[in-house]
Design a protein around this ligand. Structure first.
Ligand code: PMP
Length: 452
């Protein structure tokens, strides 16, 4: 391999990074990751750390999952690619669909439509939602509702339902007909309400109000993450998602659960929807479906929605949507192996226990560090700190200070993710008690350095 300086220089010269200013990689060269084993990564300088990010919320089984590597290799040897566009299919994708049908049966989801990742899954769900209404003769239902602070990807459709200006403003105008309601974000909200149960009711009332304002018969779908992830890990009160389900059903609006992060155990339940006792109409998945070993995703479809499509005799249900890599046999083989390991290791249970440990540790850090304004999580391995320069005024922390948290935590043995004023912790679901302690200790050092 080329040396570290060569790689840094050429990285800055010849590629742009997602979610970064193009000039930044020269000023602040990114960490060059050269290896991954278990839940640890190694960089080009030989420094090894516990990955507190889990890749990008996706490497739930860690980097050494041998059955997945073997499944990929075996599939490459047999059939490296063939499309599943009308007229052809493959063995791996059929087997996977049967497995997913069993896995998601408690969520009421019985059909799969395959994609190459999270944004593709969101795009697919948004499009299928409109088509569902057209098939049923309600062609006027074209709008989408979503939550402020929600993150759904960066395709035009996904970006249009995103609730964070950073991902919207540079690319406007976005898709017309997308409207946002306040998120149940207890630390900061327009109602000044700090009680999660009361805030959930206020947000639900805002949803009802927006539906009345737009006209229910103009709305195709409401999309939400069961626990908001990239927006800073915002778990709603337990009454929120059931309340959304009730309102959507009352008004004939499809509920899309965006479970790109939460499906396959991250919340401590097998899906985020199940965590809240809700059955969505469509569910987007990606990330942990293949653990990052292959780009892949699936939209899961509720039985009653599937029946509307399958029972159509007008031709309106013909699906004019799909990707070259929909149902990719290597992705499907990887997903089959991931699902088997996910179930065998019962990772949801470990996510619950280790997530609770992490949350307790973060609350203890808040006692010690004034710059921790808010600690969020408590639902599996999705946890975050929101940092402030002043607790009373809740002034967000300055960029260099939070960058310092990350830098020092890394030197001290853990990769943590920084996004705006938030430090996000989403390690693999197979982390041990000791791994969590390494992350907390490293973070403690980072926080001390940022405050000094
Ligand atoms: N939805 C959610 C909830 C996500 O967290 C993400 C990615 N973090 C996406 C959609 C988009 O996924 P991708 O980056 O694979 O397109």
């Amino acid at each position: 391999m080329k040396d570290s300086n060569y790689l840094k220089e050429h990285n800055a010269r010849s590629l742009w990074h997602p979610m970064a200013h193009p000039a930044d990689s020269l000023k602040n060269p990114p960490t060059i990751v050269t290896g991954g084993a278990g839940v640890r990564i190694t960089d080009v300088d030989g420094h090894e750390v516990v990955d507190g990010v889990g890749g990008l919320w996706n490497v739930n089984l860690g980097f050494s999952c041998q059955p997945v590597k073997e499944a990929i290799t075996a599939q490459l040897d047999t059939l490296p690619y063939y499309s599943i566009f009308r007229g052809t299919t493959n063995d791996a994708v059929i087997q996977l669909s049967e497995e997913l049908r069993d896995f998601f049966e408690p969520d009421g989801l019985t059909r799969a439509f395959y994609t190459s990742g999270g944004g593709d899954s969101v795009e697919t769900a948004l499009r299928l939602a409109r088509q569902y209404h057209k098939i049923r003769g309600e062609a006027g239902r074209i709008k989408y509702l979503s939550l402020k602070k929600g993150y759904h990807g960066t395709h035009f459709g996904a970006a249009s339902v995103n609730g964070n200006q950073n991902f919207r403003a540079p690319y406007e105008p976005l898709l017309p007909g997308c409207f946002h309601i306040p998120a149940p974000y207890t630390y900061r909200n327009p109602f000044n309400e700090s009680d999660p149960a009361k805030l959930a009711q206020l947000c639900l009332a805002a949803l009802e109000d927006e539906i009345a304002f737009q006209g229910a018969n103009t709305i195709a779908a409401f999309i939400m993450e069961p626990v908001l992830g990239a927006g800073g890990v915002i778990p709603p009160h337990e009454s929120f998602m059931p309340g959304v389900r009730e309102i959507c059903s009352k008004h004939g609006i499809l509920l899309i659960a965006d479970e790109v992060i939460t499906a396959f155990g991250r919340t401590g339940s097998w899906t985020g929807s199940r965590h809240w006792g809700v059955q969505p109409d469509l569910m987007t998945t990606a990330k942990a479906i293949t653990n990052g070993y292959f780009p892949f995703g699936a939209v899961m479809i509720a039985e009653h929605v599937a029946q509307v499509f399958e029972g159509d005799e007008t031709g309106r249900a013909a699906i004019g949507h799909g990707y070259t890599y929909s149902g990719h046999p290597v992705g499907a083989a990887a997903a089959l192996a991931c699902l088997a390991e996910t179930k065998r290791l019962n990772v949801a249970e470990n996510a619950g226990a280790r997530g609770a440990q992490m949350h307790r540790g973060l609350l203890a850090l808040q006692e010690k560090h004034e710059i921790i304004g808010d600690v969020r999580g408590g639902h599996g391995l999705m946890n975050a700190l929101e940092l402030v320069s002043d607790r009373a005024s809740k002034t967000p922390i300055a960029k260099p200070a939070i960058a310092r948290v990350q830098e020092v935590a890394y030197e001290a043995g853990a990769m943590v993710r920084v996004s705006g004023p938030n430090v996000i912790l989403s390690p693999a679901l197979v982390v041990t008690e000791a791994d969590v302690e390494v992350i907390l200790t490293a973070l403690d050092k980072g926080l001390s350095a940022a405050a000094s």
